[in-house]
Design a binder for this molecule. Sequence first.
Ligand SMILES: NC(=O)c1ccc[n+]([C@@H]2O[C@H](COP(=O)([O-])OP(=O)(O)OC[C@H]3O[C@@H](n4cnc5c(N)ncnc54)[C@H](OP(=O)(O)O)[C@@H]3O)[C@@H](O)[C@H]2O)c1
Length: 241
Amino acid sequence: MNKTIFITGAAKRIGKDIALTFSDSGWNIIIHYNSSKQEADELAAQINSKNPDTAKIVQGNLDIADDVKRILSEVEEMFPSIDILVNNASTFYPTPIEEVSEDHWNKLIGSNLKGPLFLIQGLKDKLKLSKGSIINITDTNLTKGVPNYSIYSAAKAGLEAITKGLARELAPDIKVNAVAPGAMLEPPDVTWTDEQKNKVIENIPLKRMGSEKDIAETVKFLAHSEYITGQIIRVDGGRSL
Ligand SMILES: NC(=O)c1ccc[n+]([C@@H]2O[C@H](COP(=O)([O-])OP(=O)(O)OC[C@H]3O[C@@H](n4cnc5c(N)ncnc54)[C@H](OP(=O)(O)O)[C@@H]3O)[C@@H](O)[C@H]2O)c1
């Protein structure tokens, strides 16, 4: 029987690469999206044309508790088991302290922290049955403090704390780890100038940005690892050193 991976925010970019990487290994893929319906449909079609009936899609806004409940009830019926949950979806934008509002708080905490926590709560029994894994995608930049990103940073730091706490709470049945990317892709809808890119690269010991593949391969490594839990794997070219 094929194993199943459920990836949030999987219609594009890093989530999409994780989906394609696991599909190449014969897994069933649950592609979650919020607004990128066309991209999610196209990705599912691409996967199903190669491996028929192995990709399904589910829509929902992780800020909204009722959406999370609906996502959970829809994914329940999709495949016989769920072996891996990847909390990849994320909202990312600056919130200088003078401009912080409750709406910013709700959006950044909703997608990066609250949604992931309640997905874990709703899927833990299925993951227990499959002796599965939870892989949370965080951010390596937190280690040094990021000006103007206090809410996003708090959300990702919270997700790392949840990773460690639940690694103990859900052991020995479920492994819980995080992958913390460094500079992989430019933020969505932003194109950096060469000068901006060079400034980022200057601070990376390996002297280049990473790629979606670096994250997907690390998720795959964790998926196959039997003896790692509660760890934050920094995939950042040494940037956090
Ligand atoms: N890119 C990097 O260099 C980098 C660096 C550090 C950390 N990371 C982390 O790596 C992960 C993937 O990065 P990425 O750049 O590929 O992510 P991204 O493009 O910024 O976001 C991935 C998806 O998250 C979904 N999303 C956003 N808000 C949502 C909400 N309220 N409810 C449900 N889904 C929501 C969006 O889905 P729709 O498009 O369907 O709306 C989006 O396509 C993220 O967790 C990110 O924080 C990335």
